[in-house]
Design a binder for this molecule. Structure first.
Ligand code: NDP
Ligand code: 2IT
Length: 446
């Protein structure tokens, strides 16, 4: 490791002990940025990176709620307000039993650079709870969301901090959270994004992360004169991001052959058609069932407790969770001929997996660039809320597409190496950093 990165990380680790996901995210960024900062000493003297690695504010709270049996349950609630240099804090809420401070700080740290890449005026934040919506009734989810917002409402606002969804937080949860906020504040504002279309939501926001990821991959493929037409694509996850990634790949003429959840994956060699995808959406979003049921319905293989990276493909779209592609998976993907990995999830590849992709010079789009379409469209939802005027599907989709093309261009500008290889990791980190760093310099020691 570069001794300057090592020195920097030693301090981060000492200040934030036992936060391994946070260390992982900061180190990956530091490896790109420290050489760049050495060439631009104004950022070094102002300790921009050191400041960016410390949240502006961390809010921790108790979330008590009554389950259907009348028993009191207690969860942890969090909001990390990471950086507001270029706009109000913006980023999702994750409800999952694994949620802890380390995971939310890694996500908030990534969010700052991601939001900057979108070109929209949004700072970075992230929050959530160790609450598990799986197996809970709608009423339990509602009571939990109401209790969560009963504390969170005093810290957020449409000009202050604008949460949205992430793992375990979709349209249902955002609706309950919005209802409680409105009741407590007696005001109707765009304080959350991902809202229902009847109360200030934006068309295309549900589709945006998955579509955006595919638009980004499409730009990467174009640099090699390729497209999705006729390509075999492996997708992980089966939630919001995965579903719309499958939809867009299929529209572009590719064939998606896998989907997964935390219990295993299905392999459908004939491809997940629009009709089968409609089944998955009903299974996951309405019935809240398991992906195994797809295998039973369509008579395909189900692999319990396995991830899909052993299936031969041209393109892989990890869309489930962090660290789901490990070193051995990366080697398998590449040796099976996969030459494009575009991350719908946040930090799905471990650092040694990323190293394999870059060493082998495949097209590798890191999450903060490839999945920025979700938050970008949240930014478009905020714009529409401020104007009190909704845009059409076509208008939002066209803006989303253009934003993904622009993010790709930014990565190319800052990440192109002397042999022509685009290192999208360096490109996204430096490209995202510059705007935030300049804003922080201008705003002084804050
Ligand atoms: P959902 O809750 O809709 O879906 C998550 C999917 O990932 C489910 O299939 C879930 O399976 C699976 N999954 C979750 N945790 C694990 C785990 N620990 N191990 C294996 N599988 C897991 O979430 P989203 O689709 O919204 O989010 C997916 C990823 O995309 C996350 O990394 C998120 O941070 C990222 N992202 C989301 C954006 C958005 O707009 N929603 C924007 C940008 C990034 P199961 O049902 O079994 O839990
Ligand atoms: O990781 C992410 O970018 C999200 N979960 C979306 C955040 C948002 O504010 O739309």
């Amino acid at each position: 490791m570069d001794p300057r990165v090592e020195q920097f990380m030693a301090k981060i680790i000492a200040k934030n002990p036992n936060e391994k996901e946070f260390h992982q995210a900061v180190q990956e960024v530091a490896e790109s940025l420290i050489p760049f900062i050495e060439e631009n000493p104004k950022y070094k003297h102002a300790k921009i990176l050191e400041r960016m690695a410390e949240p502006e504010r961390t809010i921790l709270f108790r979330v008590p709620w009554l389950d259907d049996k009348g028993e009191i349950q207690i969860n942890k609630g969090y909001r990390i307000e990471m950086n507001s240099a270029i706009g109000p804090y913006k980023g999702g809420l994750r409800f999952h039993p694994t949620v802890n401070l380390s995971i939310l700080k890694f996500l908030a740290f990534e969010q700052v650079l991601k939001n900057s890449l979108t070109t929209l005026p949004m700072g970075g934040g992230k929050g959530g709870s160790d609450f598990d919506p799986k197996g809970k009734s709608d009423n339990e989810v509602m009571r939990f969301c109401q209790s969560f917002m009963t504390e969170l409402f005093r810290h957020i606002g449409h000009n202050t901090d604008v949460p949205a969804g992430d793992i375990g937080v979709g349209g249902r949860e955002i609706g309950y959270l919005f209802g409680q906020y409105k009741r407590l504040k007696n005001e109707f504002t765009g304080v959350l994004t991902g809202k229902g279309i009847q109360f200030g939501g934006s068309l295309i926001r549900p589709e945006a992360t998955g579509y955006g990821n595919v638009y980004f991959a499409q730009e990467m493929l174009k640099t090699r004169g390729e497209s999705f037409k006729g390509k075999t694509v492996v997708v992980s996850g089966s939630g919001n991001v995965s579903q719309y990634a499958v939809e867009k790949v299929t529209q572009l003429g590719g064939k998606v052959v896998t989907l997964s959840d935390s219990a295993g994956f299905i392999h459908d060699p004939n491809g997940i058609t629009a009709e089968k995808l409609a089944y998955v959406m009903d299974l996951k979003n309405v019935k809240r069932g398991r992906i195994k049921e797809y295998a039973d319905k369509y008579g395909v293989e189900y692999y319990e407790n396995k991830r899909p990276w052993g299936i031969k493909c041209d393109v892989a779209l990890p869309c489930a969770t962090q660290n789901e592609i490990e070193l051995a998976d990366a080697k398998t993907l590449v040796s099976n001929g996969c030459y494009c990995v575009s991350e719908g999830a946040n930090m799905p590849s471990t650092p040694d997996a990323v190293e394999v992709f870059i060493e082998k010079k495949i097209l590798y789009g890191p999450g903060k660039a490839a999945n920025a379409g979700g938050v970008a469209t949240s930014g478009l939802e905020m714009t529409q809320n401020s104007m009190r005027l909704p845009w059409s599907r076509e208008e939002v989709d066209q803006r989303l597409h253009q934003i993904m093309i622009n993010i790709h261009a930014t990565c190319e500008k800052y990440g192109k190496e002397s042999d022509g290889y685009i290192n999208y990791v360096n490109g996204a980190n430096v490209g995202g950093f510059v705007k935030v760093a300049e804003a922080m310099l201008a705003q002084g020691c804050v």
